[in-house]
Design a protein. Structure first.
Length: 246
């Protein structure tokens, strides 16, 4: 001040949190229901001046949707503040849907391209607005809800895997919901689009089967990891290969 210079206060921050709460929030954010892991790419950020590099994780849900689920499923006394939760989500995950679609070619062909064609068909209907809302609801259900249904009915059990004709496999109202929706739409668009809607349903069934296999594989991988001994190792040869003994 004597020499006409300003005093620059040091940067400081004070944060209070319980380690258990923070770890619980991070585990929730990184659950399979919230993020999609890809085979390349990293995201770098700093913690207390130290550079941290993590594998790139693509968000399946918006931060708002994640926060809603977090508030509904985690006990209030174990929760962190909403602002802190959002900051963690945006720090350790990324919103890059193009990468997600490019990596998962199954989702690209059977889901994204499929629904794009359905929306183009609906646009030709006089009931386009209401049908679009119905289709958006179906798409949201398949992306966020169906996976939680896997294994809860005979149709999605391992031995049946969506084969409705299999012995003992009874048709499930939840699994048949997409077919009911497409049949409803089929009755309200030009009949010439009938074959396309039938093809769309076949693709959705293939996608459902794919998700059933993915979930079963995930369970098996977790079992392998839990039973690894000190002198054991799990070797991943390729993200698209099946896990087989060497």
């Amino acid at each position: 001040m004597v020499y006409g210079k300003q005093l620059i206060p040091p940067k400081r921050s004070v944060t209070k949190y319980r380690r258990v709460q923070m770890e619980s929030a991070v585990k929730f954010i990184l659950s399979d229901a919230n993020v999609n892991r890809i085979s390349w790419g990293t995201k770098t950020f700093k913690v207390n001046g130290t550079e941290i590099r993590l594998p790139k994780l693509i968000r399946k849900k918006t931060p708002t949707m994640m926060l809603r689920d977090y508030k509904e499923t985690v006990d209030h006394s174990d929760q962190i503040a909403s602002v802190s939760f959002r900051k963690i989500v945006k720090t350790i995950t990324t919103k890059d849907q193009k990468i997600k679609q490019a990596v998962d070619y199954v989702s690209g062909v059977l889901m994204y391209d499929n629904f794009a064609r359905l929306k183009a068909v609906i646009a030709t209907s006089v009931e386009a607005d209401s049908l679009t809302g119905i289709l958006n609801g179906l798409e949201a259900y398949i992306k966020t809800t169906f996976e939680g249904h896997i294994g809860t009915c005979a149709v999605t059990e391992k031995e049946f895997s969506l084969s409705f004709s299999s012995t003992g496999a009874k048709q499930c109202d939840v699994c048949c919901f997409p077919n009911h929706v497409l049949q409803y739409i089929k009755q309200r668009v030009d009949p010439e689009h009938g074959p396309l809607l039938d093809d769309a349903m076949e693709k959705l069934l293939l996608f459902f089967g794919h998700r059933v296999r993915v979930l079963n594989q995930r369970v098996r991988i977790n079992e392998i990891m839990e039973n690894l001994q000190l002198d054991d190792a799990l070797i991943v040869m390729d993200f698209k290969m099946k896990y087989e003994e060497i």
